[in-house]
Design a protein around this ligand. Structure first.
Ligand code: IMP
Length: 180
């Protein structure tokens, strides 16, 4: 599909699955090198990162653990600015090397809160890998060690990312082309 329509918005194909796959292999390669000899805990942030996390972690060749957390600060195409409670991480993350796995960092609110919370809980190290990063996060210098693609301030969906709950199932990433 070249374009898709969800509710009031039209989207056109933006990053095809083949490009995602190549970029994810690169990210995994860097993580494999950087964490050699360590056993990191991957912490995918649900719901949006489920496809990315799955494809990324399949390329990880070092010993690792996986634990999921859930948050949400989005309604429609903009952040509500309020983060719902973090659900999960009941496993002890104390003294662990944690790699947060995000689909997209926009305002950075979600990631910043999680980074702080994990550091306060005594993680040995905390870094983040995000498939996508938008302009507001770059402008605010939000810490993201591994980034797949840098975007402008545009709304995207597919490959786990949704618009009001829809569109997560597409294997490519689409971008909105009607006004927000
Ligand atoms: P932040 O807290 O503003 O950085 O927002 C991060 C979360 O908002 C991401 O994990 C996504 O779930 C969601 N989000 C941000 N931008 C988009 C987008 O363009 N499409 C779909 N979801 C988005």
């Amino acid at each position: 599909m070249v374009t898709v329509k969800i509710n009031d918005l039209e989207f056109k194909k933006f990053i095809p699955a083949s490009k995602l796959e190549a970029k994810i292999a690169e990210l995994a390669h860097k993580i494999n090198e950087d964490y050699k000899g360590k056993t990191p805990v991957f912490l995918p942030i649900l719901n949006g990162s489920f496809m990315f996390a799955s494809d990324l972690i399949k390329e990880i060749r070092i010993d690792c653990r996986i634990s999921f957390v859930k948050t949400s600060s989005y309604a429609g195409t903009s952040s509500t600015g309020q983060l719902k409670t973090l659900i999960g991480h009941e496993e002890s993350l104390f003294n662990q090397h944690i790699i947060i796995v995000e689909d997209i960092v926009d305002s950075g609110l979600t990631l910043d809160k999680i980074l702080t919370e994990l550091r306060d809980r005594g993680a040995k190290s905390v870094e983040a890998v995000s498939l996508l990063r938008k302009k507001p996060a770059r402008e605010k210098n939000i810490e993201v060690k591994y980034v797949g693609f840098d975007l402008e301030d545009e709304f995207v969906l597919g490959y786990g990312l949704d618009y009001d709950g829809l569109g997560r199932n597409y294997k490519d990433i689409y971008k909105a082309f009607s006004p927000k």
